[in-house]
Design a protein around this ligand. Structure first.
Ligand code: 2E6
Ligand code: F3S
Length: 306
């Protein structure tokens, strides 16, 4: 069997930065360091940080007064930011700069007296954070059906933003539906899907065309990782999301000549290596790296932690 490795795959610049912020805070201030929500949606990464002294909480009332808290890469609402300040917590913000960019867009739209439609998945922390940049005037849609049922105050003063990790193809369809229903709606040039999401989906599409099976390394709560599985399935190949090598089943490989492996933006390369080892244990295989674009994106960490 042949194992084809997607490129690019795995960590993006926002994830590298978020993990570095937690690690540096631990080195500089010592344990415990509180982190609001999983800093990135990966079990292995969070378990590793937990072992080093990070304490993950969902709400700020779980953080003792005077402590240091880090906001996860997915961002937070203005209310959470204000709550942290009111509690006198020392905050480091690991929100990905590309999520912050969307927050800034929402702010500008609202200041321009426009209501904002967000395209995103209900309940996801990034969606909660971005929707929480304004107290009112925000609507969430996920599907074309949601667009059809949307009731807004003034259809001629409407803008849209998107979650950063949507399926590029699904988002295009929802944006078209929005433009059809609200012809004067304004928005980003295309969408707010980040470079890493776009590149990993493109790489999985290319990979799926050459494989009978695709394995994506990532946790089940990772939106961008789940989208990679969907992209592969849309290319008519079997695809599975695995959090760790033990999730791999020998029966997946019956009649398979080529298996593609990719990883979500929050999945570390060590897990990819362990997954490759597990696949080769089941079926002796040659490993081939598929050529892909070099990303070369780096986001600096806050000066106080540098
Ligand atoms: C922040 C924003 C986007 O579930 P999702 O894909 O959003 O998050 P992770 O942590 O799996 O990936 C990185 C990320 C962080 N993506
Ligand atoms: Fe940021 Fe995109 Fe990664 S929004 S955290 S660069 S997946």
């Amino acid at each position: 069997m042949e194992i084809l490795l997607a490129n690019p795959r795995g960590f993006c610049a926002g994830v590298e930065r978020a993990i570095a912020i937690v690690e540096r805070a631990l080195e500089k201030f010592g344990a415990p360091i509180y982190v609001r929500h999983e800093v990135v949606h990966n079990k292995f990464v969070c378990d590793d940080l937990r072992a080093k002294g990070a304490v993950f909480v969902e709400e700020l009332d779980e953080v003792p007064a005077g402590s240091t808290v880090i906001f996860s890469a997915h961002g937070v609402s203005k209310a959470v930011r204000a709550d942290a300040a009111a509690r006198g917590l020392k905050v480091f913000d690991a929100t990905c700069p590309l999520v912050t960019k969307v927050h800034v867009e929402v702010d500008k739209m609202r200041k321009g007296a426009r209501e904002v439609v967000m395209i995103g998945h209900k309940g996801h922390p990034e969606v909660e954070g971005t929707m929480g940049q304004s107290e009112g005037g925000m609507y969430l849609v996920d599907t074309v059906e949601d667009v059809e049922q949307l009731v807004v105050r003034d259809p001629d003063h409407l803008s849209f933003v998107t979650q950063t990790t949507l399926s590029v193809d699904d988002a295009t369809v929802v944006i078209e539906a929005l433009k059809k229903r609200f012809p004067t709606i304004q928005g980003p040039k295309k969408d707010d899907i980040c470079y890493a999401t776009q590149n990993r989906q493109d790489a999985v599409k290319a990979l799926a065309e050459q494989c009978d099976l695709v394995i994506v390394v990532g946790s089940s709560n990772s939106s961008n990782s789940r989208r990679l599985v969907e992209v592969a399935i849309a290319k008519n190949v079997s695809a599975f999301l695995v959090d760790e090598p033990s999730a791999i089943k020998a029966e997946w490989f019956h009649g398979v000549d080529k298996v593609g492996i990719s990883a979500g933006a929050s999945a570390p390369e060590i897990l990819v290596k362990n997954v490759i080892d597990k696949v080769r244990e089941i079926m002796p295989s040659k490993v081939v790296q598929i050529a892909g674009i070099e990303e070369g994106v780096v986001f600096a960490i806050p000066k106080e932690l540098a």
